[in-house]
Design a protein around this ligand. Structure first.
Ligand code: AHG
Ligand code: MN
Ligand code: MN
Ligand code: MN
Length: 332
């Protein structure tokens, strides 16, 4: 029971990244630096999140984003903070954000990477003190270094991501990411201001007994989703839905489970955004041994055409997602 007390404080993110970089002799360290910048952005947003109620930044901002969503003040603050950290870091030449219509050029045209972000995930939970997150996705640019980034840099497809992950502002703040060699998790120690390696090799259980979806949309769900969910209920699986994708996803990653956001009347292609929600979480889940489907294909195989395009999402434990897939194919 006292295991966590016995374990040394251990490896900082800083040291971990340095060690990993040492294992790739030809790596130039730019991706490592970018990951550090993202961690710094995470710390800054964590600070804002933790004092949201006191600092007067809880509540609605009074404007809509390009998706027609009511922006919260913290959506706007997180967006500004994150972009600023990437601009100051120098490795990212451009950013795509949920909160902005078009590409944001950082001015670092020498940077080799572009980053797509959901700066603050779980908007509806900000004002009620429930876990929220940040999601990021990194590509190596396809345009020439020194030039301005273009649409093509962001529309490479999910399999081209060189790194992806998320930060969860929960009972602890955690950074979870992959660079395509498994999934690692770090826990933030606020008094030291450091992320420490807490989960060196995250694997999602192959089977699970948790399903996560907004059941209020039940009557909009495709028949196959209802068939699958009915099966879950017949087996007395647990329903768990925070309403912050990052939090729901993170729980299922650790305990086993499936998260579903099917098409609905309001969002006929699904609600979640491909470039900065579905793709990054799909890369992480595949790297953790799980599975991510959209309608008709693996999430990572969807061909992107738009910055803010949406996708259906069925993601989590391999056996559960495969069982859902069987329901979907049976009805084809
Ligand atoms: P965001 O707050 O970044 O706009 O994302 C909202 C998403 C996601 O966090 C969550 O899982 C989902 O919307 C919840 O949607 P419903 O309220 O429709 O269930
Ligand atoms: Mn939003
Ligand atoms: Mn989101
Ligand atoms: Mn968001």
């Amino acid at each position: 029971a006292d295991n966590h007390l016995a374990s040394p404080v251990g490896t900082t993110l800083e040291r971990y990244i340095m060690q990993k970089q040492g294992e790739f002799p030809f790596a130039t360290g730019e991706l490592s630096q970018l990951l550090r910048d993202i961690a710094l952005a995470g710390k800054i947003i964590n600070r804002e999140v933790n004092r949201a109620g006191l600092a007067g930044i809880a509540g609605a901002y009074g404007q809509q984003n390009v998706q027609g969503e009511e922006q919260q003040k913290l959506d706007v603050v997180a967006n500004i903070r994150f972009i600023r950290a990437l601009r100051n870091g120098g490795q990212a030449c451009a950013v795509l954000s949920e909160e902005e219509d078009e590409i944001i050029h950082t001015g670092n045209d020498q940077g080799k990477y572009v980053v797509a972000i959901d700066p603050l995930d779980g908007s509806s939970n900000i004002n009620v003190n429930v876990s929220i997150g940040t999601i990021f996705s990194i590509y190596r640019r396809v345009t020439a270094v020194g030039s301005k980034a273009t649409r093509a840099d962001f529309l490479q497809g999910g399999r081209q991501q060189v790194a992806a992950g998320y930060i969860l502002y929960g009972s602890s703040t955690m950074l979870v990411y992959t660079t395509g060699h498994g999934v690692v998790g770090f826990t933030y120690e606020p008094s030291l201001g450091e992320f420490f390696l807490s989960h060196p090799d995250i694997r999602i259980p192959e089977a699970g007994k948790t399903f996560s979806c907004n059941e209020g949309n039940w009557f909009d769900y495709p028949e196959c989703v209802r068939t699958y969910l009915t099966g879950c209920k017949q087996q007395r699986f647990s329903g768990r839905y925070v309403g912050s994708l990052v939090a729901d996803y993170h729980r299922n990653l650790f305990t086993g489970g499936i998260y579903l956001y099917p098409p609905t009347k309001k969002n006929p292609s699904g609600k979640l955004r491909l470039l900065y929600e579905s793709y990054p979480l799909a890369l992480v889940i595949e790297q953790a041994g799980g599975k991510a489907l959209a309608d008709g294909s693996a999430v990572l195989d969807i061909v992107p055409i738009d910055f803010h395009q949406r996708s259906a999402l069925y993601i989590g434990s391999k056996d559960m997602v495969t069982a859902y897939q069987a329901c979907a194919e049976a009805e084809d």
